[in-house]
Design a protein around this ligand. Structure first.
Ligand SMILES: [Zn+2]
Ligand SMILES: [Zn+2]
Length: 106
């Protein structure tokens, strides 16, 4: 019986993915179980960290990025990076240079 996802989830329909149709933007749960709702049938556990999502091998919800991941914007190319190492070291993976060095050589 497919009654629907638990109302505590904030689901949106995924157009691109083939493995699921709906994903919770808070916890990243998907209805990946055919004919069922998978984790969506359970109450939403709330925002998960990106590390947790990666460890579970599930989709990283939008809220996890915005909550847990400070982003850095490259002053030179404008690329936004959410990579923890890039953020902590202020490194641009596109320019392959540290932001500090860019300030010195504008
Ligand atoms: Zn949820
Ligand atoms: Zn850059």
């Amino acid at each position: 019986m497919k009654s629907g996802p638990h109302p505590s989830h904030q689901t949106r329909i995924s157009m691109g993915a083939s493995t699921y149709d709906e994903i919770c933007t808070i916890c990243g749960a998907t209805d990946e179980v055919p004919g069922g709702w998978g984790r969506l049938a359970e109450p939403c556990p709330g925002p998960v960290s990106v590390d947790r999502a990666l460890a579970d091998g599930r989709a990283i919800p939008l809220s996890a990025w915005t909550l847990a991941m400070p982003a850095i914007t490259c002053p030179r190319c404008g690329m936004v990076s959410y990579h923890p190492k890039d953020v902590s070291e202020r490194y641009c993976g596109h320019c392959h240079e540290f932001h500090e060095h860019m300030k010195e050589t504008p």
